[in-house]
Design a protein around this ligand. Sequence first.
Ligand code: DQA
Length: 142
Amino acid sequence: MKLLVINGPNLNMLGIREPDVYGKSTYRDLCEMIEAHAKKKNIEIEIFQSNHEGSLVDKIQEAYGKTDGIVINPAAYTHTSVAILDALKAVAIPFVEIHISRVEEREDFRQISFIRPHAMKTITGHGFNGYLEAIDYLAEAL
Ligand code: DQA
């Protein structure tokens, strides 16, 4: 099984960015945690991060026919991007939406998620562990 983990803008700043919200562990820590988990579960994993909406769309399109499932944290684009929603619908690859923080307890503008109605599952507020839960969920479901 091959899974693709996609991270949106500013997630490369984990550890530096708002540690009270996102914790003190770094983006590298997150990648290492995901890679170790995938290895243990015998899942092939690719991790991609970009600050650019179009690059995220390109990556989703490139996954067509190559990836069994997607774990995606579109970060701020969650709340704004029809393009990411359309890309996910275009490739029709099952995906889990993940957020490190508990978005439903934050500002009003974070209450919109364009992708949520099409996600197999949404995980919020479980910190970095949410990514591992998403991987396990897809591994079980697919
Ligand atoms: C986030 C929540 C978003 O609202 C925010 O813009 C992010 C990170 C999260 O993982 O909690 O950048 O997706």
